[in-house]
Design a protein around this ligand. Sequence first.
Ligand code: ADP
Ligand code: TRP
Length: 332
Amino acid sequence: MKKVSLTGIKPTAQPHIGNWLGMHRPSLELAADPSVSAYYFVADYHALTTIRDPAELRRLTIDVAAVWLAFGLDPARTLVYRQSDVPEVFELSWILACFSPKGFMNKAHAYKAARDVNVAKGDDEDAGVNMGLYTYPILMAADILIVDADVVPVGQDQVQHVEMARDMAQRFNHTYGAEVLKLPTALVRGESGVVPGVDGRKMSKSYGNTLPCFSTAKQLRKAVMRIETDSTPPEAPKDPESSLVYKIHRALLTKERAEDLAAEYRSGISWGAAKQLLAEDLEALLAEPRAKYDELMRDPSAIEDILDDGARRVRGIAAPVLARVRAAVGVR
Ligand code: ADP
Ligand code: TRP
């Protein structure tokens, strides 16, 4: 039996190279493992906790799928679908809600983060918090448990949500004295570590310090030129470990190539030349996916077709799981 790996992506803004190196690349490497069945889905109903513009939600959903396909996800060998196309998820979500102590939800990361922002602003702690956000981990648990996922590759911030899914499954199984739901495990990715942004903080869309993956070559070059440097003269030796340009560049390279680059810094390279090398390497890696992405976005209906096909296939997997759950609780 192959292991099932499930990756869920909330449709948000355009990806940056931190997302690519920390999420897309390791996740696609996992999909290449023949002992793993890799499923990917766009968590559009999770995005509804914040997005209110229907055109934006529709566009971002297609966009997220296009990004994965552009980076090489093969829909024939994996399963790519849209959460909202799988009604079994929402039925399981209600059932799991009945197995989720309310006190647990108070501690969930998504809700706590919103509450902390409110408290910092001096607002009511629940200001702007809807029940979708509050019960976010229940829907996420349903996403995971409905496909019998073994591993869930996530960023550090989502580990708690996966553990909550595991708890719900355990409580459910214990109640009915049977292994009805499979217990999932979180897999924390990001061997390349946290990629810094052009200002030295973590690269993040919230900080506006990103190198975007799919802007034009010219815009990408401009963003590289914005990376902060010090005033060391051009020909002076530079310490790679304390150089932001190097730290970003290193994340793209194999160990050997990163060593070679470090040697060039130590023997003296101007910041202009160092940035030029980074821009060239980025362009070499991103030119092809960018062209593929542009091509995919010219025909969104082809992406819709891939998602529709994925939905049909995943419903075939979800239906028997839901049938097991319904039988266990005593509904028909
Ligand atoms: P952002 O901080 O831009 O909002 P998200 O929180 O949406 O990014 O992260 C999406 C995925 O990309 C997560 O799996 C996260 O671990 C990964 N990721 C985000 N930023 C970085 C970064 N700077 N370096 C490495 N991985 C990152
Ligand atoms: N909560 C995840 C995030 O914000 C997205 C997500 C929704 C997810 N459902 C999931 C991830 C199920 C893994 C499995 O990034």
